[in-house]
Design a protein around this ligand. Structure first.
Ligand code: AMP
Ligand code: FE
Ligand code: FE
Ligand code: ZN
Length: 275
């Protein structure tokens, strides 16, 4: 089984790299892409463990970008490791932008009356502290009833606790991934704010060369639509569960919410393109 979208606790997943590899073995996933948000730390740590477990590990990343004023996630897959130095340096800059946002987010949440410090958020999120970690604290302290409410009422783009964070334009994310020899795939297109079919021309012109047609949030009809768009624009298809461990208990590695069926030849097609 193939799964090209998963997270470790180096971003917002709950499994350590070692636990994720164990989970892949248990689930029967033989080709695994680790796509942590804005970091390769989890992938780097998993490399020797995957080799030992006989898992074909694929280097990936999930970037937060700005597309038409909204946050859009962009996956990068790197099938060869050459030419990545510049990209890795750029990723560190993106992490610094999130840290700067976190300082302002704490200030805003404290203004709203919540007793939350940067230190306690960073104790959870370490190098990749993000809004989900703040949401977890808000749940734990009883400020909100659940994760959903933390985002809906305070942390979502449209909510009152939201503070701006610099995210690179979508086109820049695509360009950086392509310059590093990667494949740039629009993550979970069903979550993109706006009319994806209407935006496809522009996205393809930006250099985007794949679309995540298979994802836990996609219905069969969604998958069909995105496969059709991929064909129409000459793009590759990618797919994965978006496994986050215990924070998304309904999503399993490999099978997603029970709806994932990623074709066995998908990775061969991606590899054939990458060489
Ligand atoms: P950050 O990168 O710190 O701004 O946090 C972004 C992360 O928060 C995303 O990758 C999602 O996992 C999560 N997130 C963003 N918006 C929502 C939302 N409305 N509901 C639930 N999770 C969200
Ligand atoms: Fe995530
Ligand atoms: Fe995502
Ligand atoms: Zn993801």
């Amino acid at each position: 089984m193939i799964d090209l979208h998963s997270h470790t606790n180096e971003s917002d997943g709950t499994c350590s790299p070692a636990q994720l590899i164990e989970e892949a073995v248990r689930a029967g996933v033989t080709t695994l892409g680790i796509t942590d948000h804005d970091t390769f730390k989890g992938f780097d740590a998993a490399v020797p463990l995957a080799r030992e477990a006989g898992i074909d590990l694929i280097c990936g990343i999930e970037l937060s970008t700005k597309l038409h004023g909204h946050s859009a996630h962009l996956l990068g897959y790197f099938f060869s490791s050459g030419g990545m130095d510049e990209f890795r340096t750029w990723i560190l800059e993106q992490q610094a932008a999130r840290r700067d946002r976190n300082i302002r987010l704490v200030k805003r949440l404290r203004e709203l009356g919540f007793d939350i410090t940067l230190e306690e958020a960073e104790a959870r999120g370490r190098g990749m502290t993000g809004r989900p970690h703040f949401a977890a604290i808000m749940v734990e302290k009883g400020y909100v009833s659940d994760f959903r409410q933390a985002f809906d009422d305070y942390l979502d783009e449209s909510a009152k606790g939201y503070v701006y964070r610099h995210e690179p334009p979508f086109a820049e994310g695509v360009r950086r991934i392509r310059e590093a020899g990667g494949i740039a795939s629009l993550a979970h297109p069903v979550r993109v704010k706006g009319d994806v079919p209407a935006m496809m021309r522009e996205l393809a012109d930006d250099g985007m060369n794949a679309i995540e047609a298979y994802h836990s949030d996609h219905s069969e009809a969604d998958t069909e639509l995105y496969l059709c768009l991929a064909r129409q624009y000459g793009l590759l298809a990618t797919g994965g569960s978006d496994f986050h461990g215990a924070v998304k208990p309904g999503v399993r590695l490999g099978t997603g919410a029970g709806n994932l069926r990623i074709p066995a030849n998908l990775v061969e097609q991606l590899r054939a393109f990458a060489v």
